[in-house]
Unconditional design. Structure first.
Length: 396
């Protein structure tokens, strides 16, 4: 069993977090380990009394030293990883069966599925895989074979897109490429809306699956409104706004490629539409310069804080963008505002929006508090997994 793996001894008092099933062990919590351990090695974690605590992948880095994938003794082989992926698949099948006309979903969500360092998104008959740790990367053959076994002939393409997500020390060892098939993009369905997904050139795995339910909620608010979709990327929120009978929709993004794809996605769903504009511009510049012509604004920026050291600047960024939107939006307007910065808590995000409202001197009420959908589960033992925060605001 797991006794064959190298052992790491945890400092006295530091075992409590592991016993509470938190999946990360930080460098400072380790007392003794073999200095010849290599990155990605499977290690067995014990306390000073020799009690087994967990199994995980070792990383000789400055922060997280072990990412735990099992809190029970186990033989780590293909069957182990297959059962992990199967459990995640069974959960998603129950979810997708309740989501009509949808064939795009997240299959593996890192720590939320007990597979830290691994993301897998399903786009119809294609899977896009991203590894975030050298330990999980070392299990890539098991992961690939598990996907093929579970999906069988229903999976035509597997694309590995990990060169930009691996730790910097290992990026040169990882190259993107097809593990199965060779489809470079596809058209997927989300609540009956069609989207072209480019998993080779697109951001993340090609599409922001995590906003699915929030896009569906936006549709309920869109009728008769003039909509501004800031940081619009490929137009996900814009398509839903048009599906909800918005009067007009503007998609704004600083990327020329993104706004072109937004136009393609709108045309795919509404070939006769003449009430959508795709605008290449900086979000802060655009919001500052337009007049008061919108009564529904979506603010879905990229992560302003990718680590805790950037939180202060991130909160200033959220305050600034929300304040401008509140100052500009028409009376009785609606703002959908988001933070996808894992390092920023919901409380911190709400405080930055509160300061924005106070500075804008507008009466603002929270109508909804939003998070990520069910296919992005959050382990109750790992609150850091709740990275997506959102608010729907009514601005008098």
């Amino acid at each position: 069993m797991s006794n064959k793996y190298p052992t790491i001894i945890i400092k006295r008092g530091k075992e409590h977090a592991i016993k509470r099933r938190h999946p990360w062990i930080f460098t400072g919590a380790i007392d003794k380990y073999d200095k010849n351990l290599t990155d990605g090695s499977i290690v067995r974690i014990i306390d000073h009394g020799g009690e087994f605590l967990a199994l995980g992948h070792f990383s000789d880095g400055p922060s997280i030293a072990v990412r735990i994938f099992a809190f029970e003794e186990a033989e780590i082989n293909y069957t182990f990883w297959l059962n992990k992926v199967k459990a995640a698949h069974n959960l998603r099948m129950a979810m997708i069966s309740r989501t009509p006309e949808t064939n795009v979903y997240r299959l593996i969500h890192g720590e939320g599925d007990g597979l830290p360092g691994l993301i897998i998104d399903i786009y119809g008959d294609s899977a896009v895989v991203q590894f975030h740790s050298i330990g999980m990367w070392s299990e890539r053959e098991h992961i690939k074979n598990a996907l093929i076994e579970i999906y069988g002939g229903n999976l035509k393409t597997i694309y590995n897109k990990s060169s930009e997500t691996m730790p910097a020390a290992f990026k040169d060892e990882v190259s993107d490429g097809f593990w199965l098939g060779a489809d470079e993009n596809g058209i997927v369905l989300e609540y009956g809306n069609k989207f072209i997904v480019d998993w080779i050139e697109g951001q993340k795995t090609g599409f922001f699956i995590d906003q699915r339910e929030n896009r569906q909620l936006l549709k309920q608010y869109a009728a008769g409104r003039t909509v501004c979709n800031m940081f619009g990327y490929t137009g996900g929120f814009s398509v839903y706004a048009l599906a909800g009978n918005a009067l007009s929709v503007d998609t704004i993004d600083s990327s020329k490629t993104a706004v072109a794809k937004a136009s393609q996605n709108v045309a795919l769903n509404f070939p006769e539409a003449n009430n959508h504009r795709a605008i290449e511009d900086n979000a802060f510049t655009y919001l500052s310069n337009f007049g008061s012509k919108y009564n529904l604004i979506i603010l879905d920026p990229p992560a302003f804080a990718k680590h805790h050291g950037a939180i202060d600047n991130a909160l200033k960024g959220y305050k600034r963008i929300n304040q401008i939107a509140m100052e500009k939006i028409e009376p009785n307007g609606i703002i959908f505002t988001f933070s996808c910065s894992q390092a920023v808590s919901m409380a911190e995000f709400k405080k930055s929006v509160f300061v924005a409202a106070a500075n804008a001197k507008r009466n603002v009420r929270i109508l909804h508090q939003l998070s990520q959908p069910t296919d992005h589960p959050i382990s109750i033992f790992h609150p850091e997994g709740e990275y997506l925060k959102g608010l729907v605001l009514h601005v008098e």
